[in-house]
Design a protein around this ligand. Sequence first.
Ligand SMILES: [Zn+2]
Length: 334
Amino acid sequence: MSINREPDPTLPRRFVPSRREFLALAGSAGAHLALMAPRPRAARAAQTSKIVAQEAWGRIEQLAEGVWAVVSTPLVNNDWTTLCNGGIIAGGERVVAVEAYGREAGAKWVAERSRELTGRWPTDVVITHYHGDHANGLAGYATEKERPQVWLTAKTLDLIRKDDARREFPLGTVRAEMLDGARLIEPEKSTSLALGGPTITLHPRRGHTASDITIELEEPSVVFFGDLLWNRLFPNYRDTIPTAFSQSIRAGIRGRETAYVPGHGPRPEAGDLESYLVLIDEIETAGRRSFEKGVSPAAAAADFELPESVSDWHLFNDSYFEVAIRAWHKELAG
Ligand SMILES: [Zn+2]
């Protein structure tokens, strides 16, 4: 499977689990709950989101009063302005932007839409993890008058700085100053932020990287999953701690109707979360089996077949199977 720009990877797709897939899913509490959710309700939730902005690189969907998802579509036009997904959550006192995107132009576009949609420039920015496609565009939120408060974990800040130290072309002093002034999210317990109306919770998790954050609302029920959740795209395992990844995904899935915003790909519709869990588990099986038999990640990747339920999913990069199996071998080797 290679990167495929036709058809649009954001198009909806239906998935009915086979008996084998159902049995595989039934082993996990989170997946079981997700399967129990009535499908018509899930479909209705998806239909109620309204697209309020659309560009070559992505779109903004309204999920509820004061809550929007940014859904990037980098593979549609090969436009990487925003690259990752994110969002905007508005209260009477504060407006939180989720993620800093891959480029300053992406963050600036989101901030401008925030002003249109909420009347305010973002007051705060939460960065879910250190990867450049979520963190590099930070300075795009800065203007002469505005400097939103950045929130991230100490671990994420450390990893961003290590990445920055290796950069041939520095990302500028404004970004560095914003990072220097960041508020650090507690690594062991969740942090609540009252926005004046809605309260959001920042949940420290791990697995996609050594430090990931999910941004969550209770009512309406919304989870911004960061890169713990990929939808219709094969996840990137380059820094993944596979057992923690699987546990964090399952811990974040709720047993009630919820709008999930993945780190990449369109928002999941009925069946998509189940497909994702099947995929994660199949990668685990391939990783463990090849490790036990002494088969190299490259050879195991060459033999890896996508589960049928995700056979139309896309890859950002052809190496992703091997990267995933290598992550399992690394963890199993201790
Ligand atoms: Zn990432």
